[in-house]
Ligand binder design. Sequence first.
Ligand code: PLP
Length: 403
Amino acid sequence: MLRNSLFYKCKGFYRHFDITQTVKMSRKVYFDNSATTMVAPEVLEAMLPFLKNEYGNPSSVHFMGDAAAKGLRLARKQVADSLGCLPSEITFTSGGTESDNMALIGVMTSLMRGGSDRKRIVTTAIEHEAVLEACEELRRRGCEITVLPVDKEGYLDPSALDDAVSEDVAIVSVMAANNVVGTIEDISELSKVAHEHGALFHTDAVQGYTKMKIDVKKDGIDLLALSGHKIHAPKGIGALFVRTNVPISPINYGGGQERGLRSSTENVPGIVGLGKAAELAMSTMDDDIRMMTKLRDEIIDDMSYIRGAHLNGPTGDRRLCNNTHFRFDGVKGLDTVIKLSKLGIAASAASACSAGSTEPSYVLMALGLTPEQCVSALRISLSRYNTEDDVAYLKEVMSGLEL
Ligand SMILES: Cc1ncc(COP(=O)(O)O)c(C=O)c1O
């Protein structure tokens, strides 16, 4: 039995879509892992002592403070190891949004205070709002923003980046993988281009982290944003990698935690959970990627038999192992999501931030889709906890669905 209700945005206003009902489900399957993920049991277990007994403030000098500080140290090392960087290069934040804001606003603030002539950021049209809105704020503060188009699969061509960057550019910001259609950008090539022009390279790796190989040294990354709740840690915790010697100012002010970069008493249980989730993901990454890729390709194959179904985004293998994204001719994605929900399948019509929106997705528009095609979208996103049975159930439900 499940009670359901939904808000959706129509002509700029949120409306209530009353789907409150009693639904009998033979099973429940969660296919919205790009929106958020289940907390892994091992992560919860690692966090519990810090919620129960070890609740000290890591800045305190007594034994309780020491226990909390020890938890932070371990987590910082676990996250650093997962990226191939130093623990001192990791700053814990409240999530991906704060990490992206800190990277862009923090670096630009530092450069502007130092009188730098580099006042431009180059980014893409398919970045998450956490990047695009931070750029908008920087535009209001006097920076110049260049937003580059991508091709119909979501790729940014390194030569197009090369044409757009010159010595006035401070940061190139390109996501590691897209949250809507799962395009994996060529970050090592793109970072090379940025560096050739003396610019820093920032990547929003909120979706890519743990689902693709990332090594900040090999990939030439100066700043990287990640988020806990996309990798089986809780919501409200994230991290920013800042390479040593990258100029960055804080974006909030207070007690000077996180080496002065991020004031506020640390979210110790969340940080411990993020560290454990990172360690866990690294230990099973190859198998998880292989398994999710297999399930992803089965879903893509199953959907190809449905009348009017088309795959959006990449057609080749540079697509996130956990992402599938379709459109159905003449069908509203939101209606499909509601029908699936009634049958126990949690999926998404867009990305989480605009899941209840009936406005066409700017990401899909940037890929060249028409507004009608954009609103017919369905994203099925996997985690390592999905199974063959889940995919078989999806196939059964989709083939019986009146679209
Ligand atoms: C690519 C990308 N960047 C940033 C974010 C924001 O992360 P958070 O929800 O942790 O603030 C998201 C969340 O969906 C995302 O998908």
